[in-house]
Ligand binder design. Structure first.
Ligand SMILES: Cc1cc2nc3c(=O)[nH]c(=O)nc-3n(C[C@H](O)[C@H](O)[C@H](O)COP(=O)(O)OP(=O)(O)OC[C@H]3O[C@@H](n4cnc5c(N)ncnc54)[C@H](O)[C@@H]3O)c2cc1C
Length: 565
């Protein structure tokens, strides 16, 4: 490919910023432009769910968002005038065990500073007017604030330019869906005086729809109310209107004051049928838009960017097969589809709930909310940790453990890194831009076993030195050590990681750079592991023996060693 610039990103919202930072982390050259004057000053999306916090962590933003946020641990739920119980947000199996609240402007500032740490800045006041592509690359016409126009050539384009995406339009991609006629939302960020306890958030189901009061940092609350549309000519609201609706629908005696932001908006639910047209990709609001129940929009959007980034970087750098780019659509489109369907169903059911539905909610709501199974399901869905790519085209599951499947996200655990004897979290070990092969020994490893597993690791890393690193995870006490220095070792003497991964016998977990599991299998599946790697990645030149023969001989030696006393 002749184009020197590898990627141009249109739009510097959360998606464009996250994607640009990832491009820089992978060593890809990019430019990012936005037609706005500068960074946003309004809060818009304010919940960072657990999976998005994990994503930021993997990007290297380990504490910035937490430091600037307010935890969201509990949501009190009131249905048609009755307190039904609460949603417990704490307790997700993750180092980030609950959602956090911070304004989208703060999230974007953190992302922008992160991007700047790689020496990349947003080109503000630069509008994309046209996008075209050919076999060699893409051309984007930009116009600066002084009217100057420039045509930029690049290998790929990302449209992160929001719901009205010019990139989507120029690529000829549809945006299909509907408006919610007759409905609107009013919201404010302000201080509040009222008689309900602080430190928690509140959700009301009312005859008119739903309403939330969410605690933000610095004593501010977000009040968010679904209301009948006051008419298409009405473009804004006032704090007084939000205050009146809060009191009317909520049955509380509240006073909102000192507003930071007040807004009225209408929502659609729409999605693009495809997220890619050859060299042009779309992500975030450019690809899907939905009613903001559960605060999923920005979260799903950042995760789109994170899913695509490593794939594009690997393909551009010649480290992965070009067809892995199709897995972006295959993995992320179903996520968007399920989000659109779920939020649409929840919203329309609420709006249409008749007397029977309301009575049922008042009667059964308290029992449902008291059930830990229901709370857990709610938590996992909202926190987006149930999202998996089990059905994706670059997922291969062969069993071998009772833990996470291929396609699931990485589970964290404490292990001891050797030879430093340093207690670390798996996610810290895996942070980086490589694939990671974790070879679990089973709960009572011996040296012979460890040496055989090390052989598989050695073969994989030798064939894909630019992409795969390997760790032996040795379970059990006393501690075994392999008779080779060639592979890195993580000790799991108390079998915490083994228990978490259900690894009761030797098994293989291959983890992608976005910390989803690409392949799972038992040791006997090592030939399939290497076939999988060959299908997805491009091997370094000069690998002498065929993969299957290497893997089979390693597996045979392993079993021979186990069966020979
Ligand atoms: C009032 C409001 C409240 C919301 N509340 C929530 C919430 O509570 N929770 C939640 O998850 N989501 C919420 N959302 C949605 C959330 O803000 C979006 O999902 C999120 O911003 C999507 O990010 P994005 O980067 O895809 O798009 P955007 O944030 O829209 O960014 C797109 C960027 O592209 C730029 N751009 C557009 N066209 C061009 C062009 N031709 N050339 C150059 N630049 C261009 C724009 O200036 C903009 O900066 C809310 C949205 C609104 C409007």
């Amino acid at each position: 490919m002749n184009e020197k610039l590898q990627v141009i990103i249109i739009g510097a919202g959360p998606v464009g910023l996250a994607f640009a930072a990832e491009m820089a982390r992978y060593g890809i050259s990019s430019r990012i432009v936005d037609k706005a004057q500068g960074p946003k000053e309004i809060s818009k999306a304010l919940i960072l769910h657990v999976r998005t916090q994990e994503v930021l962590d993997a990007m290297g933003l380990t504490h910035e968002a937490q430091d600037a946020s307010q935890p969201m641990r509990r949501v009190e739920i009131i249905g048609y005038g009755k307190h039904l119980g609460h949603g417990e947000m704490e307790g997700v199996d993750s180092p980030h065990s609950h959602p956090i609240i911070l304004g989208q402007n703060v999230t974007e500032r953190i992302l922008q500073q992160h991007l700047a740490s790689y020496g990349v800045s947003v080109e503000w006041q630069t509008e994309a007017l046209d996008v075209a592509q050919d076999t060699e690359g893409a051309s984007v016409t930009l116009r600066r604030v002084d009217g100057r126009e420039e045509t930029v050539r690049s290998q790929y384009v990302l449209g992160a330019d929001g719901t009205h995406s010019i990139v989507r339009q120029k690529a000829g991609i549809q945006f299909q869906g509907n408006h919610y006629d007759g409905q609107a939302f009013i919201q404010s960020d302000s201080k509040i005086r009222w008689s309900l306890p602080r430190g928690v958030s509140y959700l009301w189901f009312t005859e008119k729809g739903y309403m939330m009061v969410i605690e933000m940092p610095n004593g501010i609350v977000r009040t968010f109310i679904s209301v009948p549309d006051p008419g298409q000519d009405v473009k804004t609201t006032t704090l007084e209107e939000v205050n009146a609706a809060l009191n009317r629908f909520g049955g509380v005696d509240a006073e909102l004051y000192d507003p930071v932001w007040v807004a009225l908006y209408r929502v659609n639910h729409r999605a693009a049928p495809v997220f890619r047209k050859d060299r042009i990709f779309i992500a975030g609001d450019a690809a899907h838009e939905h009613v903001p129940i559960g605060g999923q929009g920005m979260n799903t959007s950042i995760q789109d960017a994170f899913n695509l980034a490593w794939k594009l970087a690997y393909v551009i750098q010649g480290k992965a097969r070009a067809d892995i780019l199709n897995s972006y659509q295959a993995e992320r489109h179903p996520v968007a589809e399920s989000l659109l369907n779920g939020t649409d169903q929840a919203y329309t059911t609420l709006l249409k709930a008749g007397d029977l539905g309301r009575t049922a909610m008042r009667l059964f709501g308290p029992y449902l909310l008291a059930s830990e199974a229901v709370r857990k399901k709610m938590r996992h869905t909202l926190e987006e940790i149930d999202i998996n790519y089990r059905q994706g085209p670059i997922t291969a599951d062969h069993g071998g453990s009772s833990g996470p499947h291929a396609g699931d996200r990485l589970l964290d655990s404490t292990v001891v890194k050797m030879p430093e004897q340093e207690s670390v979290q798996l996610r810290e070990v895996l942070r980086g831009i490589s694939w990671t092969l974790l070879l679990f020994s089973g709960p009572a490893a011996n040296s012979a076993q460890a040496t055989e597993l090390a052989e598989i690791a050695r073969v994989a890393s030798a064939r894909f030195p630019q992409a795969v690193r390997s760790y032996l995870v040795l379970g059990g006490f006393p501690v075994a050590s392999p008779r080779t220095q060639e592979v890195a070792v993580l000790l799991d003497a108390m079998n915490h990681a083994h228990d978490h991964y259900g690894a009761t016998s030797p098994c293989l977990y291959l983890v992608r750079p976005d910390l989803y599991i690409g392949f799972r299998g038992s040791l006997a599946d090592s030939p399939q592991l290497l076939e999988y790697l060959d299908r997805v990645l491009v091997p370094a030149g000069g690998a002498a023996r065929s993969l299957q023969s290497i893997a089979r001989s390693a597996a045979q030696r392993y079993f021979h060693a186990r069966e020979t006393p």
